[in-house]
Write a protein that binds this ligand. Structure first.
Ligand code: DLL
Length: 433
């Protein structure tokens, strides 16, 4: 696959130049929020920090963190740094509790977003000759429109399908000759399942690349998607609070996602909010450097990652973040053991015959937590004898006990029987709550 840089000058800045840009933009954004957002003025006053104290990117350590609850407390528009009339679009992400998280964009924010998404899609080899089928949801969710404007900026042919109606998606993928597919990895897997069911030959499609994100997925899932859809699969990361998709993106080297550092300043912190060095895993914290509508200082993403500042063979100089395997708040505590759903996925996918479709059901019987892992069988196993399936069940139980250190019940399910989602997959049902 060709290594295409959408904006070579910006993507290959020297580390010194990036530091200079980050220092300048951090000074600007600090002043912007101090003067325009009462929430930040109050927070900075309480810490005794004034905008003039911020001189270089390192001074970020003096600035306050922002939490999702701060957005909720200032719902809907309380963190906007410009008059409402300057806001040209609003997006929101549905949280698990109550009100959505809202983001407001000025025209310059939308222009920057399109540029960063164009850079990101180019990392996946997308250019003006590509046909990009966008099956991320359009609407308040940032996936659809985010990918849309990035692909248009490149000059590719955009097919704005949005989510849902899988059969129709297959028809359009084939008839319009899409070369790239943008959707959640779980939905891409659904499309692959549906193709198999419908007997559609992959050779009838022209796909070469997939741009998948919005939820955690694993290297195993990448291998499966690449094999089943005959594509190269790329990971795109982002969140509504920062802008949407395109905060960071895999490149052809696929050894971490480049964070567009001329617009975002990433940090990794531990549980005590201390900054961690490159290479150490912790919570990703991001500051928006150029946003006008709703700039955020040191936003705690609750996504677990680590940073890598070693040069990348693709030529881009922007720091890389390791793919996000889990969120700090995804962690389940089962009989005192910390378990991430991604660990269970990793363990399951080591076993041949298991499809990457699973659900984890947690319950409490008396004072004991119980876990049932429901996994779908691959179609090839349908004809297996009861004894074969029992052995497979035992094998999964043993694998989980050794990898994740908990004993689970395992339920083998028919292919296609677990609920499918058009957007982000729901992997955990915690009935204890
Ligand atoms: O999911 C934006 C997006 C759309 C990203 C399309 C990529 C593609 P939210 O709905 O606000 O925004 O959810 C953000 O999703 O904090 C992560 O926990 C998770 N997430 C997003 N991308 C990835 C990824 C969009 N590539 C939250 N890998 C984030 C793992 C991801 N998790």
């Amino acid at each position: 696959m060709e290594n295409i840089l959408f904006n070579p000058a910006a993507e290959t800045l020297s580390r010194d130049e990036i530091h200079e840009i980050q220092s300048r933009e951090l000074r600007r954004v600090t002043r912007r929020v101090y003067e325009n957002v009462p929430f930040y003025r109050k927070k900075m006053d309480a810490l005794g920090v004034k905008p003039e104290d911020i001189k270089t990117a390192e001074d970020i350590q003096y600035l306050p963190y922002t939490e999702k609850s701060d957005l909720r407390d200032n719902y809907p528009f309380g963190l906007f740094a410009v008059p409402r009339s300057e806001i040209v679009r609003v997006h929101a992400s549905s949280g698990t509790t109550g009100k959505p998280t809202v983001a407001g964009y000025t025209q310059s924010d939308l222009d920057n977003w399109a540029e960063l998404m164009a850079r990101s899609l180019s990392c996946a080899g997308i250019d003006k000759n590509s046909v990009v089928h966008i099956a991320y949801g359009y609407g308040l969710f940032t996936g659809g429109l985010g990918a849309h404007y990035g692909a248009e900026k490149i000059g590719a042919t955009v097919i704005p399908v949005s989510g849902g109606n899988t059969q129709r998606q297959l028809m359009l993928l084939k008839d319009f000759g899409a070369t790239a597919l943008a959707c959640t990895p779980s939905y891409a897997m659904n499309l692959a399942d549906a193709m198999e069911r419908e007997g559609l030959d992959i050779e009838e499609l022209s796909l070469t690349a997939g741009v998948f994100g919005a939820e955690p997925w694993s290297e195993h899932m990448r291998e499966q998607l690449e094999k089943r859809l005959h594509i190269k699969a790329f990971d795109v990361y982002g969140l509504t609070e920062m802008m949407g998709p395109g905060v960071a993106m895999d490149c052809v080297e696929r050894c971490g996602l480049h964070v567009w550092e001329d617009h975002f300043l990433p940090e990794i912190i531990d549980e005590d909010l201390h900054k961690l060095p490159c290479g150490t895993e912790g919570e990703l914290v991001i500051t928006t450097l150029t946003k006008q509508g709703m700039p955020l200082l040191r936003y705690r993403t609750h996504d677990l990652s680590c940073l890598d500042d070693k040069p990348c063979a693709c030529g881009r100089t922007h720091i890389r973040m390791r793919r996000v395997k889990a969120r700090t708040d995804d962690m389940l505590i089962i009989r005192g053991v910390n378990v991430f759903p991604s660990q269970i996925e990793h363990s399951l996918l080591k076993i041949p015959g298991i499809a990457p479709q699973y659900q984890i059901v947690v319950d409490r019987k008396g004072s004991l937590d119980t876990v049932e892992v429901q996994v779908e069988l691959e179609r090839t196993l349908i004809g297996d004898t009861v004894r074969d399936l029992e052995m497979l069940n035992h094998r999964i139980v043993a694998q989980l006990a050794s990898d994740v250190l908990i004993s689970c019940k395992v339920k083998l399910c028919q292919p296609g029987s677990l609920p499918r989602s058009e957007g982000k997959a729901k992997r955990v049902i915690d009935n204890r709550k």
